[in-house]
Design a protein around this ligand. Sequence first.
Ligand SMILES: [Zn+2]
Length: 271
Amino acid sequence: MNVSDIQLVLADAGYYKGAIDGTAGPKTYSAVAAVEKLHARSYRKPPDRWSRRRRLIGAAQAVLHAGGFEPGHIDGYVGHNTSEALIAWRSKKAGVSWSVPIVPVKGARTHANQALFPRQSDMHTFYGAAGGPQCTAGEVVLPFPMLLAWNKQQVIRRFFCHEKLARPFTDIFRHAVKHYGQADIERLNLNIYGGCFNYRKKRGGDTLSTHAYGAALDLNPAKNQLRWGADRAQFAHSDYEPFWNIVMAHGGTPAGYAWGADWMHFQFARL
Ligand SMILES: [Zn+2]
């Protein structure tokens, strides 16, 4: 997200009246201050001690949030939710669709254990209501530390998921580190945590995300972007085949295999 994007978002919402010039000057910062004051309650923490760059991003996030574009936490960091929220906002302004069609890959690789988990259309029967307390009641203690994708200073040693999935998530990472070793886990960026539970709609769609059940996990989103196919996505490389085989053997469904996009993502639900 560059300064021009931020100026456009702030101008569209009526906070910024200056030029869209990509340079954050006094007019941009007074718009940022106005957003911070008016939307103080939607900020996760007060932005008083944030860097100027973080404050700019935070203001754009607050405005996108108020507009219903679901940028994730208003924390001043550009993660994939914030990037997608900006794409959604831009698409709406341009009057174009931003949806990502989910078309099953013909002859996709599968594993019999995936049948242990429901189809996407039947998740509520198996998992209960999306966003309910059971969706974060499972604790996954990681066998190796991960780094938070949008703020790599932050080390992740555990995360919360649906109570039915703590076991398979944990086993996947135990097997993965056994197979690759910690050095290769890091070299392959399998230690970049992109989020599990998140009550939101599917990115690029109108239905509820499998993340809303705590039944999906994203890894290294920057190199496996939502719209990228196997030609661009890092995790489509053959180095990751053992990892995806481990995921499927524990009942998970990799998006890359199942619908050929969103290679960062796997879930405990079949199409
Ligand atoms: Zn995901």
